[in-house]
Design a binder for this molecule. Sequence first.
Ligand SMILES: NC(=O)c1ccc[n+]([C@@H]2O[C@H](COP(=O)([O-])OP(=O)(O)OC[C@H]3O[C@@H](n4cnc5c(N)ncnc54)[C@H](O)[C@@H]3O)[C@@H](O)[C@H]2O)c1
Length: 368
Amino acid sequence: MFHQMAFPTPVSVHESESSVNPLSPKMPVAVIGAGAIGRMHIERLLRHADVSLAAVADPTDAARALAAELGVPCFADPREMLDQVRLGGVIVATPNSTHADIGIACIERGLPVLMEKPVADTVADAQRLCDRAAAAGVPLMVGHQRRHNPILRRARALIADGLLGRPVSANVMATWLKPDSYYQLAWRRQAGGGPVLINLIHDIDVLRFLLGEIESVQAVTSNAVRGFEVEDSAAVLLRFASGALGTLVVSDAAVAPWNWDLAAGEAAHYVQQAVDSHFIAGTEASLTLPRLNVWRYRGARGWHEPLTQERSAVHAGDPYIEQLRHFRAVAEGRETPLCSGLDGLRTLQATLAVHEAARSQRPVNLAA
Ligand SMILES: NC(=O)c1ccc[n+]([C@@H]2O[C@H](COP(=O)([O-])OP(=O)(O)OC[C@H]3O[C@@H](n4cnc5c(N)ncnc54)[C@H](O)[C@@H]3O)[C@@H](O)[C@H]2O)c1
């Protein structure tokens, strides 16, 4: 059964800044996994107009202390929480290998899920989760939050409206320096803990969001700088079903500003840089992101003619807040997921193909 109900009195501590419907109680949401990203969700839930924090599930003392401070119940066992607390939806922010089983536990109870990325750690598990959600008719969203950024929504609309003509190419930079302390956790030094599955997956999702399905992937990876088992850098070639081509370079061992997190200013803990990281070119115009600069000819066309550059005001908006608004709308059947479980699966498939292509030194074709 899918919970579409009148919600109980919200438990959130802070009052919301505004509300789409002040008469409607907030949708109570639980967070499973109160680690780095779980706490970011909790912070937004506490000041959101449409949703509230109802409970936390995480076995650590730190999570228990946080929940006590916020005045919400904390459970070591997520299933116990799902059985005891009345919820409208659940955010799953636990380690990747737990996503499918925890997600299915929510779905079995009819609870809509916002699953952190990657949707699961294998394509098979992602498929299992998507199948269960589809069979139960329970909404499953994946936390590729960039899709909720107004910059990307505008870019997608511009491309869909034909501003670029036929998209030809996309070049993506994802280069920055993670401090050495980041790699003190052992799992980050091992397969799956590197910048491809942690970071580049977002860029791959952005390209799928803007340009459609990816047909094939080629890649080389390197661990030459840090020397860990996991890569510190990768270069990737994509072919889209449309025939457009893409290149992506990721490195978390480089001193550079060219990446979405620093350029887009999505999160306050990154110092924003006035640069672009994504460059998309078409037969009529090209577009840079996140600054949304458009380059095109106003008169005669051709490389000897002057190009004009149109600048937009830099768009600002917290994609996590918008994602939560959307989560409630999806849970109540008013909107369809902007990033469905299946989207998460396809993005995961293309991202895992980076490793497979690098290992085999051959292109990996993705199933249609
Ligand atoms: N959307 C993003 O930009 C973004 C950013 C960071 C992390 N993530 C994703 O979020 C997930 C968590 O990453 P993180 O960096 O917050 O990790 P983390 O290690 O900081 O936090 C994970 C938390 O989950 C808890 N946990 C582990 N197993 C649990 C279980 N069975 N039940 C309940 N709690 C459990 C741990 O105690 C820990 O507090 C990962 O899937 C990661 O890929 C997404």
